[in-house]
Design a protein around this ligand. Sequence first.
Ligand code: FAD
Length: 338
Amino acid sequence: MTLVFVETDETGAVQLTSAEAVTFARTHAATLTSLLPDGGAATSREVSGTPSGSPEGVVVGPLSDAAVDELGRLGVSVIHHLQHPDLEEYSAAAWAQAIVDIAPDSGTLLASGTPRGMELMAHVAVRTGERMAANVIAVDEEGLLRQVYGGTAFERLRLDGELQVLTVAGHACSPEETAPTTPQIYDYELEVTEEDLRTRATRTEAEAADDTSGLSQARAVVGAGRGVGSENGFGEVLELVDHLDGALGVSRVVTGLGWRPHAEQVGQTGSRISPDVYIACGISGAIQHMAGIEGAKTLIAINTDEEATMVQRADYAIIGDLHEVVGAVNEEIRNRRG
Ligand code: FAD
């Protein structure tokens, strides 16, 4: 059995990253099973009547009709719905124990590589005594392939337990719907111990929305680094963002200096993006920044230093002062659009 931990947002909708994880599980179910001892012969707990290879989902806390519909469209055959008043708010240990309580002895348990998915799968691995692989991006008959060092290197590995516990890196695949199913829902009322509730979320705050958010969905992202010079140096790049109907992404130097909010940071400790085009203005190309833009289809660098890593890695590079170059591009766009 391939079981996916599904995260939902405050509206009850399935998170995009979980939709990716479900798609990954569905696409690779047979290969994941073949990696188990005896080729998964012991993986027997299938619910009768469900399409073979279709993943099962586990949702902790409230389960909305919208989430059930969406999971059905993603090909999930069974939803394990874990409820308890003490599970409504996130608690890593209590949620992990609830998942362990219903997890199969043999099979694959996976989550998306979000902070919550990572934390939960680590707890599950410890509680079940199984091995865990984080940030998996692909799987074949030789094993799992995962990103390490912030996505700058890859590691191939096999987990030797009866239950493979893993997280799927963001953007490892795109969510894909399939022939819709009506998932069977199994409701569980579980025991929750005080010990497991010692650490729990007491409050969740959404980051203040701003006009330049939407990085993960943007088809065009203009990146700005230390090269802009100051917090007043974003005029040209913001105008370009506007022309391209895109989003602004910045380096950590920029957020660290307080020039722009952390929500706009791209990289290992910021957002990972996969736009059609990423235009990096005054960004050197440190590995932690590159980790966030691996998914960009076309990379354009604007930099005064032709030796900068970003320039070396770019599909196209313009060597020059970003204010002049981006200013000229904006002027040309304005002229052409009349
Ligand atoms: P710099 O490295 O200083 O580069 C500035 C560039 O601008 C240079 O290439 C320069 O030639 C160019 N330039 C200067 N003036 C102009 C001009 N007028 N016109 C055109 N070009 C010009 N960084 C991230 O970005 N994201 C992360 O998520 C992240 N996570 C990190 C996590 C850890 C644990 C650590 C240790 C670091 C992390 N960093 C991250 C920081 C990272 O290592 C770099 O320090 C940072 O990315 C550099 O930012 P920068 O490219 O803007 O600045």
